[in-house]
Design a protein around this ligand. Structure first.
Ligand code: MG
Ligand code: MG
Length: 255
């Protein structure tokens, strides 16, 4: 069931989203060659503590997971697409990193992700990240009253495919509210004009995931969480929590 949020609730979700944006910005700023993924997790965790917020990621155990998620930040490097667990791994020159973060503040959740390169970037990675951001922007632009879920999915998928990239089929966006994952699901590919109509008060996480090699296949790593590309190519991920309003889409996880 889709829960429509009141304007007051959306304002409260914006405050949770602001914490997410601050944590992602701090972790990104800290990321550099030689810095470990666990350090990035700690930087993000400190932002949570300072804000009096908690983590919807830490201890999270959805049906597909055999163990609870052990960190507040997902760190997915190179061929990892999403759900990477922070480890002692130290970032290397040219790595492509995706970080995904959530915060719960006053009972409301925000969820956002960003991808970037560390050190000297590979040109292909810059194009991949730029396309992920454009796919996200296209999805947000389609998140308007009168459209349907399929219009968001179509907008996202069209940008990804036009770039020649693969799109993992079983993971995508979702409703957000008091829970991190609520109805409806927001696929990263779909047919325009199909699916649930978008209404004022719906809050959605829109999150394109792109596989650089152009194939869609992925597998779960031995840690039981990290999803990696089957072709070994690099992946990018971008995400914002967005409220659909009569005045247009409102990004809740911007700085
Ligand atoms: Mg996320
Ligand atoms: Mg999400």
């Amino acid at each position: 069931m889709v829960e429509l949020k009141t304007d007051t609730s959306i304002d409260a979700m914006r405050e949770a989203g602001r914490v997410v944006a601050q944590a992602l910005a701090a972790a990104r700023k800290h990321a550099a060659v030689g810095v470990s993924l666990l350090e990035l997790d700690e930087v993000a965790h400190q932002v949570l503590r300072d804000a009096g917020a908690t983590s919807p990621f830490l201890g999270y155990r959805p049906s597909f997971a055999t163990t609870p998620f052990p960190a507040v930040l997902c760190t997915s490097v190179n061929d990892a697409i999403v759900h990477g667990i922070p480890t002692k791994y130290r970032l290397r020159d040219g790595d492509l990193v995706s970080i995904d973060f959530g915060a719960r503040l006053d009972g409301w959740v925000g969820d956002s992700a960003v991808s970037f390169t560390v050190g000297t970037p590979r040109p292909a990675d810059l194009t991949l990240v730029e396309t992920a951001e454009r796919a996200l922007a296209a999805g947000i632009a389609a998140a308007v009253v009168g459209n349907r879920i399929g219009d968001i999915a179509h907008a996202v998928g069209t940008v990804c495919r036009a770039g020649g990239y693969g799109v993992p089929q079983d993971f995508g966006g979702h409703g957000v509210g008091r829970q991190m994952h609520e109805d409806p699901s927001v696929p990263n590919e779909g047919r325009p004009g199909r699916g649930m109509p978008l209404r004022h008060g719906m809050v959605l996480a829109i999150e394109p995931m792109l596989i650089g090699g152009g194939t869609d296949g992925y597998h779960e790593a031995s840690d039981g969480w990290t999803l990696c590309t089957n072709d070994g190519s690099r992946a990018a991920h971008a995400e914002h929590t967005v409220a659909i309003t009569d005045a247009g889409p409102r990004i809740l996880t911007a700085l």
